[in-house]
Design a protein around this ligand. Structure first.
Ligand code: TPP
Ligand code: MG
Length: 557
């Protein structure tokens, strides 16, 4: 009898789902999947830490809309990947995490690397389970893809016991699920609901639309642009834990209190929107809430409190709902006359940056982070296909405040720092040939520095612009604010030559100590044809404060 291994079923199912490569770090329990990947023509991006593999799958999912697939080994490999799931969950990235697992037959015997993996991943995932039947591994893959892409997209985990992966199955008895079984199940917004919502939006004098984190890039980005042009209503997207105080929103927080109707399109009414309460929003502001999850709608209603202020609450996914609203608006959307003035005021607030930013910024002894952000912006503006990757910390926010319309991947609402190097590698793979620039602090740079070797090996020539202030500055500033200058402790680092480290890892390094040298250094790095680090000695300045509303609870991330 012709046989197939369980691992072959997994690899064939992944290929049928459209996966191109597995972001992985090897280990005993998954080498059989590597072997199966040869026949299924799946590439392996072999990383230097499991967290990097999960971050790469996250960025792949956000940029392409198709789940990135991470393959980790059992026990310690799986455990190492957990932290990175947190970012993917917050960013609503479709992701499938597959982990090797001790054999089912040995569970409860203190087997090698035995761990309750599905339980460990559960709070970080939409769904998490351990496969139970070798012959049904294809169905497990289809279910994982379907859940990752449906409703609010997010990570899904399946643990793959070694005895299932290595089981010899009768090939004649096996069939893979059809392609449709891997696809998202849409939760549409009924046309009648869409037209009622459009009517309410048209009547409002000062409406706003806030979209889901899932609409940051890819299809979501195209839909939010189409929604804006179909309705003329400002469509706001904020992707950091600072939410309405995100530097990319300019002076918008100061105008938000004037909105009379807010449509939440797949967007939770959570801390990023200050729970919809004053002073961020007017106490009389009305809301319409569309969300794929009943629980998010329930929480939204509870946060709003007065039922009269919640005009409608509809269960639908953000993408389907955006499509229904765009289609409805194309049949004739006649906004209230007052909206034109409001929309220009919102556009002006979004674009507002302090006047002093126009003049060359200088800071004593080191480069001002604004000078770096502006040079990055220049490089991006000259390259419409470019992808920007922003890490957290103070420095990352300067870059976000200056970045204009560039397609971007940030650390997202989770606030988790350190993922930008793996994100940038995945961006190079998802957008072959497009320039990719990552901006990150020196602390964030250390998390996955070894991935420069992965990038050199895989041909991912991104440019990391490191704002090096020899500090975990975001936390240092909290110390100064909360405990006073005499109580600063533990947040200093060495002024490290990351550029030399990157050169040693197979990349290109630039060391910049003067603003005047920045532009040429970034251009050389972009032209180097290999992964590059532009290590800039910056002044340790706080992130820009663009509105009068001040720093949100929790400060900078
Ligand atoms: C995974 C994770 N660990 C810790 C933090 C807390 N944190 C937020 S910003 C920051 C400092 C970042 O330092 P750096 O990358 O050098 O940027 P800087 O603020 O100095 O510009 C830290 C430790 C976090 N948000 N995420
Ligand atoms: Mg720093």
């Amino acid at each position: 009898m012709a046989t197939l291994r369980g691992a072959d079923l997994v690899a064939r199912a992944l290929a049928r789902a459209g996966a191109k490569q597995l972001f992985s770090l090897s280990g005993n329990q998954v080498m059989v999947v590597y072997d199966a990947a040869v026949d299924a023509r799946l590439g392996i991006v072999h990383t230097r830490h499991e967290g990097a593999a999960v971050h790469m799958a996250d960025a792949w999912g956000r940029l392409t809309g198709e789940p990135g697939v991470a393959l980790l080994t059992a026990g310690p490999g799986h455990a190492n990947g957990m932290g990175a799931l947190y970012n993917a969950l917050g960013a609503e990235a479709p992701l499938v995490l597959l982990s090797g697992h001790a054999p089912l037959a040995q569970l409860g015997t203190d087997a090698f690397q035995e761990l309750r993996q599905a339980e460990a991943a559960a709070p970080l995932c939409k769904a998490s389970w351990t496969a139970q039947d070798a012959a049904r591994l294809g169905e497990d893959m289809a279910r994982a893809f379907r859940i990752a892409k449906s409703g609010r997209p997010g990570p899904v985990h399946v643990s793959l016991p070694y005895d299932l992966l290595d089981a010899k199955l009768d090939a004649a008895q096996l069939s893979l699920p059809e392609s449709a079984a891997f696809a998202a199940s849409p939760q549409p917004l009924a046309a009648a609901a869409a037209s009622a919502i459009l009517e309410a939006l048209a009547r409002a004098a000062r409406p706003l639309i806030f979209v889901a984190p899932a609409m940051a890039a890819g299809r979501g980005r195209r839909l939010r642009e189409a929604l804006r042009s179909a309705t003329g209503i400002p469509v706001l997207h904020s992707e950091s834990p600072r939410g309405i105080a995100d530097p990319s929103l300019g002076a918008m927080p100061d105008l938000l209190g004037e909105a009379d109707l807010v449509l939440l399109l797949g967007r939770k009414l959570d801390f990023t929107l200050r729970f919809g309460k004053p002073p961020a929003f007017d106490a009389g502001c009305a809301f319409i809430h569309i969300d794929p999850e009943a629980e998010a709608l329930r929480r939204g209603a509870a946060a709003i409190g007065d039922p009269a202020r919640l005009l409608r609450s509809e269960q639908a996914d953000a993408f389907s709902a955006a499509e229904a609203l765009i289609a409805g608006a194309q049949h004739g959307f006649r906004p209230a006359v007052a909206q034109a003035k409001w929309t220009s005021a919102v556009d002006a607030a979004l674009a507002a940056r302090p006047a002093e930013w126009a003049a060359p910024a200088s800071a004593e002894g080191a480069v001002h982070p604004l000078a770096v952000a502006r040079e990055v912006q220049k490089a991006l503006a000259a390259r419409p296909q470019a992808v920007l990757v922003c890490d957290g910390g103070e420095f990352g926010q300067w870059a976000q405040a200056c970045a204009g319309d560039a397609l971007r991947i940030t650390n997202g609402p989770s606030g988790g720092i350190g993922g930008s190097i793996p994100y940038a590698i995945a961006a190079c793979l998802a957008h072959p040939g497009a320039p990719v620039i990552a901006t990150l602090g020196d602390g964030s740079c250390g998390f996955y520095l070894a991935e420069f070797e992965t990038a050199a090996r895989c041909g991912a020539p991104f440019v990391a612009v490191v704002g090096n202030d020899a500090r975990w500055n975001a936390e240092h500033l909290i110390q100064l604010r909360s405990y006073g200058p005499t109580r600063a402790i533990g947040c200093e680092m060495q002024p490290t030559r990351y550029d030399l480290a990157v050169a040693a890892l197979g990349g290109h390094g630039e060391h910049v100590t003067r603003a005047a040298d920045l532009g040429a250094a970034i251009e050389r790095a972009l032209a180097a044809g290999k992964p590059a680090c532009v290590n800039v000695e910056i002044a340790p300045l706080a992130a820009p404060m663009l509105s009068r509303s001040g720093t949100p609870p929790g400060g900078a991330h």
